[in-house]
Design a protein around this ligand. Sequence first.
Ligand SMILES: Cc1cc2nc3c(=O)[nH]c(=O)nc-3n(C[C@H](O)[C@H](O)[C@H](O)COP(=O)(O)OP(=O)(O)OC[C@H]3O[C@@H](n4cnc5c(N)ncnc54)[C@H](O)[C@@H]3O)c2cc1C
Length: 285
Amino acid sequence: MKPAAFAYAKALSLDHAVALLGENDSARVLAGGQSLMATLNMRLDAPGLLVDINHIPGLDRIFRHDGRIEIGALVRQSQAERSAVIAEYAPLIAKALPHIGHRAIRNRGTLAGSIAFADPAAELPACLLALGGEVDIVGPEGTRTAQADDFFKDLFETALTPRDVLTAIRIPAATAATRTGFVEFARRHGDYAMAGLAATARADGNGLRDVRLAYFGVGSTPVRARHAEAALSGDAIDEARIAAAIAALADDLAPPDDIQATGAVKKHLAGVLLRRVAKQLMGEQ
Ligand SMILES: Cc1cc2nc3c(=O)[nH]c(=O)nc-3n(C[C@H](O)[C@H](O)[C@H](O)COP(=O)(O)OP(=O)(O)OC[C@H]3O[C@@H](n4cnc5c(N)ncnc54)[C@H](O)[C@@H]3O)c2cc1C
């Protein structure tokens, strides 16, 4: 199918983008276009105006500052895959990126676009949540920062309003004590996952502290499994602790059926994912 007719405007600065978004009630930001154009072609959306942010200077950088990694809104997924900074200081993102679609998609798709789109089965929103990251936003009222825990509101709904531009993602830079885990089940490599899990923790002797478990593909947003996080945190990570964390998932997740799998299958997969990720967090891979 072809999209309904729309107007197009090239934004030359962030202020210009915000002004353009204010000119049309159904305007949309155009970043890599890898989700937006599919949505338009399938006529799931029919915006009156696309505001192209690809020509705004300064949004395509990845840098480390003050113990954090900042990723600009125009950093492409494949650019991040090749980045030494991401490989060293954002290992969870590095593990997740190759699972997103295929290289042609990652050559255009941005990390920020994936987070702004907030597909509940997407890898990067869950990574942002597992990392306790934040996003910078500019809108008609100026700039603000939203924490990942407050950003994902509902199915494809975030703290962004239609007049906002997400300008950067920030995550804590990994240290020697950082542990990360990432696993997903997909029917074919590159498909959206039936269920997946992104996780972070701080190593403490033989134990783990500050465990954060963010599931994707199991609800209307990425979902933190807070009971399982508490059960997995502790001095020694043994089989009993892993089993307790898997049991605790009953209080965290209630996956609905979808076209990929039933809720019951997803619930079972969530436990399998947790066992695999727990091993990664303990450094066993
Ligand atoms: C065949 C195929 C397979 C795919 N498989 C996967 C997969 O397995 N996993 C996965 O996670 N993704 C997958 N994707 C989606 C891909 O990762 C997209 O690149 C990503 O979801 C959106 O990034 P984008 O830069 O292309 O954003 P766009 O498509 O340009 O925009 C997506 C949405 O976010 C908004 N938006 C984008 N950037 C901003 C911003 N800076 N500020 C405010 N709003 C913004 C747009 O207005 C739009 O609503 C797939 C896509 C295709 C076509």
